[in-house]
Design a protein around this ligand. Sequence first.
Ligand SMILES: [Ca+2]
Ligand SMILES: [Ca+2]
Ligand SMILES: [Ca+2]
Ligand SMILES: [Ca+2]
Length: 419
Amino acid sequence: MFYPGSRPRLFMHSPTQLRTFAILGMAVLTVTACGSGGNGPLPVGDLPSEARNSEDLYISWEENTIDDESRSGDVPLRGADGLQMADLDQDGYLDIVSVHEDSDHLRVAYGSDDPTDWFRLSLGEGAEVDAVEDVALGDVNGDGFIDAIAACEKGHLIYLQNPANKIRGWRWDRVIPEVTRGRGSFIRVFLADIDGDGKLEAVASNKGSGRTEEATAAKPKTEISWFDPPDDPLSADGWTEHVLTLVDTPINAQPFDLDGDGDLDIFAGSRGESRVFWFENQGPGDDGVVVFAEHPVEADLGANASTLGEARFSGFNLAFHDFNSDGRIDVVIPAMPNAVGWLEQPADPTNAWRFHLIGSIEPDELVSVTLADITGNGQPDLMTGAYSRGPRDNDGPDVGAFSNPRMILKCGRSRPGTK
Ligand SMILES: [Ca+2]
Ligand SMILES: [Ca+2]
Ligand SMILES: [Ca+2]
Ligand SMILES: [Ca+2]
């Protein structure tokens, strides 16, 4: 959603990590010929980047804080680490659900016709959202209102049900599915109709940290799973887990129809094993439960091998698009630590996936990617988030912008407080 005439910005990130899941939709941006600047030292948040693309263009972003301690009624929000947007109260304006890992808060900010006016409250806090790391939105109970499920690093999933017509200020009923209790660190969660029955399931990866030494020794590899909710998702005992695989430190598993056959597959990654792989949805098996076939994704670095020989792929964040218009979905993926590119899906799924470098944001450590048509030309642009490893009072020598195709990366202003 864009708001003509105003320039809201979103400022919610932890000191060490910035994600960009939905920030694009919150900002009005201007693409203009270069030639800004300022007189004298500016706060870094007001300092235009020097980065330009090949056409000498840059994007100017203006920051608008939506939620923080000064706006929350003194709720000490710390460690914002991700967000999702949807119209939860069906008033036509997007709302934002954000996770605050360090202070254990799951927050909502309801939008309005005034982009500076937000109705804020905590959906959850304390032990029930202990070290909450990620959230997914979708109508799980099928009443037409969008619900939420959050991944907590200590160490469970929690489902929160939208109270439908009594939304603002009303408590959302919630449940921690029993099968997810005490499991260690859930790091990502998504909602999607995995089995094609018209109802949403949760896909979650659990990197397992935080478990007891005995539990870790007994099971060093941990699960990527999908969870099937019962007809009443508020029934704690009714959730069923279907394990897709066990790997060392699973870090992500995102549903997407990778092979274009109409059902959702899952692209996933392991940080511990520095590899990515995907699960092909093969439809229901004899027991009626969906069967997935796991396929490795071997990255062929091609011409980038000499410069990216040490690159690691964990798939912590992913985006999907058919870049070369061959009818096969390709995958945008960070090439850790600094680069990003796209993996070209081969015609023969047993072949390697060619990696096409988009760029690097050295010295920052690139962890997050998302696609949106920022420039409005019908082509997807790429926005990234990173662990800051560079100065925040100037661009540093390696910050650049580029267009490939029409992709603009790390344009705009640096952000304060991200050292
Ligand atoms: Ca709304
Ligand atoms: Ca619902
Ligand atoms: Ca389903
Ligand atoms: Ca499929």
